[in-house]
Design a protein around this ligand. Structure first.
Ligand code: PGA
Length: 257
């Protein structure tokens, strides 16, 4: 971690959480964050973000107030408003107090057919609305087995980053598809190689590319988080399953140092 790139631990709740459970989880995380803020010995070496389902954003926002825990969306539409039944714009997320939005998650790329061009338009929309987009990239197992992981991710970056965006306006999350929700992770060497590659691609893409945070995501748990967070160029984690238990999420945050 460099001084300019403080680590970020982001919880992606996906489609989980009815009001009662979601509010309880948010309260527990906020409570721990407030306590950590009070006690210097307990203070965290990372920023915290939770991305609950859109249905809970307005209820959870006030729960997090004063805690330093940020809130974000899991997706947005490229347009600011209009005839897009069921969609949510980046401006709407901003209006609810969001600071970030996850974009191009593999569950959207694969499950909803989102191309790099669609993700690029969404990232531009996030920027327009004043949100930091968390751009997800990552290879399938077949692509890794074929030795194509670096090339696949490079192509996703080339296709998904809009012109004009600045390094402080986006975050990259490297999430190998085969590691999501499976309990499997790449080796530390493979993660280091991928993050170094992403860093190099960003450096070629824009000046200040060194300032972009690159998160790792895919089966991050309390028992592997310290090792993952110690890998060069890993600037935090995007956490799915383990973000649904406050104790686990907190343990991962504490592993940042
Ligand atoms: P996981 O999900 O931590 O449950 O593997 C990560 C993600 O999809 O962002």
């Amino acid at each position: 971690m460099t001084a300019e790139r403080r680590k970020l631990v982001a919880g992606n709740w996906k489609m989980n959480g009815l009001r009662e459970d979601g509010l309880r989880l948010a309260r527990e995380i906020a409570h721990r964050a407030v306590a950590a803020g009070r006690d210097a010995g307990e203070s965290l070496a990372c920023d915290l973000l939770i991305c609950p389902p859109a249905t809970l954003l307005s209820a959870i926002g006030p729960v997090l107030a004063g805690s330093n825990v940020m809130i974000g969306g899991q997706d947005c539409h490229a347009a600011a408003k209009g005839a897009h039944t069921g969609d949510i714009s980046a401006e709407m997320l901003k209006d609810l107090g969001c600071s970030h939005v996850i974009l191009g998650h593999s569950e959207r790329r694969v499950g909803h057919g989102e191309s790099d061009a669609i993700v690029r338009a969404k990232l531009a929309a996030a920027r327009r609305a004043g949100l930091t987009g968390i751009l997800c990239v990552g290879e399938s197992e077949a692509e890794r087995d074929a030795g194509r992981a670096l090339a696949v991710v490079e192509a996703q970056l080339a296709g998904s980053i809009p012109d004009g965006i600045g390094p402080q306006e986006m975050i990259v999350a490297y999430e190998p598809i085969w590691a999501i929700g499976t309990g499997r992770t790449p080796t530390p060497l493979d993660i280091a190689a991928m993050h170094a590659h992403i860093r190099a691609v960003l450096g070629r893409r824009f000046s200040g590319g060194n300032g972009v945070r690159i998160l790792y995501g895919g089966s991050v748990k309390p028992d592997n988080a310290s090792a993952l967070m110690a890998i060069a160029d890993v600037d935090g984690a995007l956490v799915g399953g383990a973000s649904l238990a406050a104790g686990d999420f907190w343990a991962i945050a504490r592993s940042c140092g």
